[in-house]
Design a protein around this ligand. Structure first.
Ligand code: GLN
Length: 486
């Protein structure tokens, strides 16, 4: 295995034993980005000089025997939706193209406190709206396993960067599947934490009742490590919960026993690719072999999840995105006659088509006369979806199923059909509506060599157990050790 292909767990070992320096490691990843990212296009900006400086600082600390942070010397890439002080944060939108935040997001502060090396910002669907990263205003990210295909989205840049071994760890955000779906399509691990587990201070808001920040890595251990760093209470996000953060890695190798895995027939319906279904069913067999009970559970309101999500998420987005008015910050149209004209031209020129579609949908469902029929109704269905999970989790520890109904699709294949794109998240969206935790782990490949992901869903704040259950499967397989040839 090449140096850059190692998991974060292995790299920590190499650094600890002094077999490599942090500067060497950072240099190797910067070189990988230089060589590979012309093809993959995962990064929208690379902070090479800052990264090397930070790497040298960590090496120096180590030499002096000073205490080191949990991530000492590990490069991390950040989805361009998280504010980074002095470093452009664009959300891959024209409207924020020149925005340089004067502060760091909570997650960024935490990464810095633990001596991470922040190496660059990654491509995403504009304002995290999309499932293929094709809605970026800047570039199209390619799936490292097949450059003709998308890496998924909206955190496609962060997922592709790890899969392509341009960085060992990255951060994404997940409002309806944007961590789990690209993790699945890129053959890596991605975790959406419980709503309230990770502070969103400094995360550019899309749909505030759904948004969560979470980690990507090659292995469950890597994601557990990042969770130890980014999770935890922060009073600047009123939804962040003051629950202590468990040392997620401590019991990672301990199997959960007894273990009951729930399987919902609703997650094996129409539109599910046969190869994906086979891989997921084989994963269930692995759990059975490990002594787990696999039983049917029912999530009867799942069929309303996509519709409910596109009412709630667009309603919140239309409100959150009202702030881009050409006055506070961001892009302003060059030519206009009066103030109203300035607003409309700024927003007309600054936002891409998908974002405009969402703002219009959201404005519509909140408008007088339609509010009760759509928005209020959606909130009620959301409660029913949550109650389905409460009932199901009374009978099982986690719910298993496919993360995405299909493997990576071709670039351009779904851009003209928003509904087909929205259906990419059919299995991931309920988790956000219910506020629970979910992970995607590699569980196989199609005949043509595309990765397949297994999704495991767990009750609120059960991340420790979820990670252990994911690790039980990972230990039995070597999907997570495969790397694309680039
Ligand atoms: N694909 C979904 C959407 O377009 C989810 C995006 C996300 O999780 N940020 O809204």
């Amino acid at each position: 295995m090449e140096l850059i292909e190692h998991s974060a767990r292995d790299l920590l070992g190499l650094l600890d034993r002094g077999e490599i320096t942090c500067e060497e490691l950072t240099t190797a990843y910067l070189e990988a980005i230089r060589q590979r990212d012309t093809k993959v296009q995962a990064f929208v900006s690379v902070q090479a000089a800052d990264a090397l400086e930070q790497a040298r600082r960590v090496d120096e600390k180590r030499r002096r025997g000073q205490p080191l942070g949990k991530l000492a010397g590990l490069p991390v890439a950040i989805k361009d939706v998280l504010c980074t002080q002095g470093v452009p944060t664009t959300c891959c939108s024209k409207i924020l193209q020149n925005f340089i935040p004067p502060y760091d997001a909570h997650v960024i502060e935490r990464l810095k406190q633990e001596d991470a090396v922040l190496i660059g910002k990654t491509n995403m669907d504009e304002f995290a709206m999309g499932s293929s990263t094709e809605n970026s205003a800047f570039q199209i990210t390619r799936n490292p396993w097949d450059l003709e295909r998308t890496p998924g989205g909206s955190s496609g840049g962060s997922a592709a960067a790890v899969a392509a071994c341009e960085v060992p760890l990255s951060i994404g955000s997940d409002t309806g599947g944007s961590i789990r779906q690209p993790a699945s399509l890129c053959g890596i691990v991605g975790l959406k934490p419980t709503y309230g587990r990770v502070s969103r201070y400094g995360l550019v808001a899309f749909a505030s009742s759904l948004d969560q920040v979470g980690p990507f890595g090659h292995e469950v251990y890597d994601v557990a490590l990042l969770m130890e760093v980014i999770a935890g209470h922060d009073k600047r996000d009123s939804t962040s919960v003051p629950e202590p953060v468990p040392p997620y890695r401590e019991k990672l190798e301990e199997p959960v026993r007894p273990l009951t895995i729930g399987v919902a027939c609703e997650y094996f319906g129409e539109g599910l690719d046969a190869e994906v279904e086979r891989a997921v069913r084989e994963a269930l067999e692995v759990y059975r072999r490990l002594g787990a009970t696999v039983r049917d559970v029912s999530l009867p309101h799942s069929k309303y999840a996509v519709a409910t999500y596109y009412i709630v998420a667009t309603a919140e987005a239309s409100s959150n995105l009202a702030r881009y008015d050409g006055v506070h910050y961001g892009y302003r149209a060059k030519k206009f006659d009066n103030m109203i004209h300035m607003y409309s031209r700024t927003r007309g020129e600054g936002f891409g088509p998908e974002v405009k579609r969402r703002i219009m949908l959201g404005t519509y469902v909140l408008s007088r006369g339609y509010y009760e029929a759509y928005y209020l109704k959606a909130l009620k269905v959301r409660r029913l979806i949550k109650e389905d999970f409460d009932k199901a989790f009374a009978e099982c520890d986690v719910i298993a199923g496919p993360t995405s109904p299909t493997p990576a699709f071709k670039i351009g294949e779904r851009v003209a059909d928003p509904l087909a794109m929205y259906l990419s998240d059919i299995y991931t969206i309920s988790c956000n509506l219910a506020g629970i935790a979910g992970i995607s782990i590699p569980c196989g490949f199609t005949k043509s060599g595309l990765p397949i992901g297994l999704q495991l869903l767990a009750p609120p704040f059960a991340e420790e157990k979820l990670l252990r259950i994911a690790r039980m499967y990972e230990r039995e397989t070597d999907w997570h050790q495969q790397r694309p040839r680039l």
